[in-house]
Ligand binder design. Structure first.
Ligand code: IMP
Length: 425
């Protein structure tokens, strides 16, 4: 029995929520393995829009197990708020489980995220401000607090006291900022522990049990390949490993049975935050993409930078993650462009390469574009490949030929039903 991994192929915001929701229908468990509430996954089901940040997109199916694994950093305030919001809308949370090994995002992480960002002056990363970088930094430095710590008053208080002696010194001495009070934080956080306690469960053995029972697991990625801490556009990246490689380290489920890796890519490209984006469109066409695609961040509301699809970047993401199939989203957003450009390579000094230049060369590399004919007809909601205008089919075939990867799913709108099942996954 092999399991599926679904990951973002770009700088996040590829529309993974919708594809996860679709694949969750055939899975028994959906697992988040990295990132935190910097993610924002939109799922539209039965005309209702849900915005999920930490909770796996499978939650809209009451019978599916939804697991938040140890590779995720969890802001308990945000998680409890998300749980409460879903409960109010009638979504059952009985099958939601959280790893005791997941690290906590604490209020001082949010404060440090902001202060560090201000200190970067001209080299801002444009973080989501959710404390993600500082929380992962504490995890690596072995001074983090975990969900399991939160469940014991004594343990949490002792570990928090120790953490504060370090964090408050940084805030006070380095930033001349007000410090955090142990009593206030414990008073706020210990009640949250009671809300989370029924959902805390050790996950590696649960995942292994699900596997041994012959049931299907879907590992749901957040962010995207180009935001990977090691292989993304460092330092303009997130602090985790959003790719397929992050699954085993982030869940405790070994790699042997992870056989199907589905990469989700938007039919064009967007990015929030700073960092190189060679195919970015800054004029009217970028504005048109932003408006047609409603490209505003789910988590922060920030307008996304928009541009043409970058095939070298897509090939790179496919290679990094040994992707077995692609899901292409938001094809409908490209309707109404007389022509569509697509980056097929890069010019580096006097040579042209099909590979994405490494990040040290990316700023000076020039994208090489091929221009393809656009289509005028609105293709929203189309469910068959043959019903697409010939230009749209040509666009899909072109991407497939250039990457050598099957485009198995094509999304033509936000609803569950707006999908073309083109090839088996
Ligand atoms: P952080 O993850 O909040 O530290 O932000 C680091 C970079 O990753 C910034 O450029 C963010 O805009 C970007 N980022 C983080 N999460 C997401 C996401 O879910 N979608 C898109 N960009 C993201």
């Amino acid at each position: 029995m092999g399991h599926k991994i679904l990951i973002g192929m770009q700088w996040g915001d590829e529309g993974k929520g919708k594809i996860t929701d679709l694949l969750a229908a055939e899975s028994d468990a959906v697992v988040r393995f990295s990132g935190g509430n910097n993610a924002g996954h939109t799922v539209v089901a039965a005309g209702q829009k849900y915005e999920l940040h930490l909770i796996p997109s499978g939650i809209l199916y009451p019978e599916k197990l939804c697991l938040i694994a140890s590779g995720v950093v969890v802001d308990p305030r945000s998680l409890v708020k998300e749980m409460t919001g879903l409960k109010k809308r009638g979504v059952a949370l009985d099958n939601l489980y959280l790893s005791p090994e997941a690290h906590l995002v604490m209020p001082y992480h949010l404060r440090l995220d902001k202060l560090e960002e201000e200190g970067r002056s001209s080299e801002k990363i444009g973080t989501t401000g959710r404390g993600i970088g500082p929380a992962y930094a504490d995890k690596s430095a072995r001074r983090g607090l975990r969900v399991g710590d939160l469940l014991s008053r004594e343990r949490f208080t002792a570990r928090l006291e120790k953490a504060l002696s370090y964090q408050n010194a940084i805030l006070e001495k380095l930033y001349r900022e007000p410090v955090f009070d142990l009593k206030e934080l414990t008073a706020e956080f210990l009640p949250l522990a009671e809300k989370l306690r029924p959902h805390v469960k050790s996950l590696p053995s649960l995942l292994w049990k699900i596997h041994r029972q012959g049931r299907q697991i879907l590992f749901e990625g957040a962010q995207g390949a180009l935001l990977d801490l090691d292989f993304g556009t460092y330092p303009y990246v997130t602090s985790s490993h959003p790719g397929a490689g992050g699954v085993s380290s982030g869940t405790g489920f070994g790699p042997r049975y992870l056989t199907s890796i589905i990469g989700v890519a938007k039919a064009y490209l967007t990015r929030v935050g700073q960092g190189p984006f060679p195919t970015e469109l800054t004029g009217d066409q970028g504005e048109k993409l932003r408006e047609q695609g409603q490209e505003y961040g789910v988590t922060t509301g920030r307008p996304r930078r928009c541009g043409w699809l970058d095939l070298p970047a897509l090939r790179y993401a496919a290679m990094l993650n040994s992707v077995s199939a692609l899901a292409l989203t938001k094809l409908d957003v490209l309707s109404g462009f007389s022509e569509i450009k697509i980056c097929t390579g890069y010019k580096l000094e006097d040579r042209i390469t099909e590979r994405l230049p490494d990040v040290f060369q990316l700023e000076s590399a020039r994208p090489v574009f091929q221009t393809l004919p656009g289509w005028q007809r609105d293709i929203s909601g189309v469910t068959s490949f043959q019903q697409l205008p010939s230009e749209a089919r040509h666009y899909i075939n072109f991407i497939e030929e250039e990457t050598g990867i099957n485009i198995s799913l094509i999304s033509t709108g936000p609803e569950r039903k707006d999908i073309i099942h083109r090839k088996p996954l």
